[in-house]
Design a protein around this ligand. Structure first.
Ligand code: URA
Length: 206
């Protein structure tokens, strides 16, 4: 189970997405705001039935101010199409709303958020879940899965498991970035499995 029960932190319950987005735009709950360009809040319909939670914005998302607009987002888009899910119907967000990176020359290299940073960002994710009220929430990758399903959750062993909580079905699969790092034929197979997971997620909405 997660370290923090849903909806218990920081008075986020009852706030609209717009109110949450405004408040999150000046968030200083952890140090990550100092180097990031901006808070990257979630995006999608207020009443989406499916919410997808990634880890944190990447370089492109940090600059654009929108989740999943970079390479991982493009892979996710293709997988959603193959799984028969329309992206415009999905609320897309991240467990952490600021880009964490290490500068290397002109490049900014992704750095995995730690437990404290994930916890500091938790009120925003809880607020989004409360405001949207999705039927199904799918975590992409270990960071989001641990945030939603508990620190002991292992995506490699438990992907596709479904947990019923607070009227929602919570599940997890791999992060599309991990697929981008693979080479064929492993990559093609892994993408097919990812699409199958998304299809199973869509079936939970029926
Ligand atoms: N990876 C994520 O987890 N989220 C994004 O928004 C982009 C890349």
């Amino acid at each position: 189970m997660p370290d923090q029960p849903l909806f218990e932190m920081a008075g986020v319950e009852g706030r609209t997405l717009e109110e949450l987005r405004d408040a999150a735009s000046t968030c200083t709950n952890c140090h990550l705001y100092q180097d990031a360009t901006q808070t990257v809040f979630g995006k999608g319909p207020q009443r989406a039935r499916l919410m997808i939670v990634g880890e944190q914005p990447g370089d492109k998302e940090d600059l654009a101010g929108e989740p999943f607009v970079g390479p991982a987002g493009r892979l996710l888009d293709r997988a959603l199409v193959e799984a028969g899910i329309e992206r415009q119907t999905v609320y897309l967000t991240n467990a952490v709303k600021h880009f964490k990176f290490t500068p290397r020359g002109k490049r900014r290299i992704h750095s995995t958020p730690n437990a404290e940073e994930i916890k500091a960002c938790r009120p925003w994710l809880d607020g989004e879940m409360a405001a949207v009220g999705p039927a199904v929430v799918v975590a992409l990758g270990a960071t989001a899965a641990k945030a939603l399903l508990g620190a002991s959750f292992k995506v490699t062993r438990q992907r596709g498991e479904v947990v019923d909580r607070d009227g929602m079905k919570l599940t997890a699969t791999v992060h599309p970035s991990s697929l981008l790092r693979l080479k064929d034929p492993e990559r093609t197979e892994a993408i097919e499995q990812f699409v199958a997971d998304l299809r199973a997620t869509a079936a939970l909405l029926d």
